[in-house]
Design a protein around this ligand. Structure first.
Ligand code: CUA
Length: 178
């Protein structure tokens, strides 16, 4: 039989076999379990931050971030030439993602709650906080507001984990927790 001839049996007209029904059933039940788990993990999962997202534009977000930086900068990191900005405890901090850096460096205090606003100036970037492994998508046109309370002190690295072009591997940032 040649492959250019129509098949003699049309699979979509065949009755569904018992084992197929079984797999369809297992997949459906598993899908339902995972659906419930999404809600469960949102409340009880250790990595899932409670976050909100708002529509914005790169210009609007940059203006808010620049105002925040102008009012709260405490020094400039000489090795990176990036301002270090102290976020007021209980207040709002702004972090810009762009080709290919995270701007500015945020300084937080252990045990205080913060609202960190994230947005991108150009393409999709991935905020990955190491070594705690918190991951957030940073998307142009959207402002993500993430509530976080640092539980340990030190220097945390921000790694971009969405491929964003030739300089992707150099897109590193920092958060200091005192
Ligand atoms: Cu930004 Cu990869």
């Amino acid at each position: 039989m040649s492959s250019i001839l129509p098949p003699s049996r049309l699979w979509w007209k065949e009755p569904i076999a018992k084992t197929e029904w079984l797999w369809i059933g297992i997949a459906f039940v598993w899908g339902m379990i995972m659906f419930v788990m999404m809600i469960y993990w949102h409340i009880y999962g250790k990595q899932n931050l409670s976050n909100e997202a708002y529509k914005t534009s790169p210009e609007m977000f940059a203006a808010k971030a620049e105002k925040f930086i102008a009012e709260n900068t405490i020094r400039t990191e000489t090795d990176m030439d990036i301002p270090v900005v102290k976020v007021p405890p209980g207040g709002d901090g702004y972090l810009i993602a762009r080709l290919w850096n995270w701007y500015p460096i945020l300084e937080l205090e252990k045990g205080q709650e913060y609202k960190i606003h994230l947005s991108s100036m150009d393409y999709n970037h991935g905020f990955s906080l190491q070594p705690v492994n918190i991951n957030i998508q940073v998307i142009p046109g959207y402002e993500h507001v993430v509530k976080m309370t640092p539980t340990s002190t030190g220097t945390f690295a921000i790694v971009c984990n969405e491929y964003c072009g030739i300089g992707h591997h150099t897109m590193l940032g920092r958060i200091y927790v005192k």
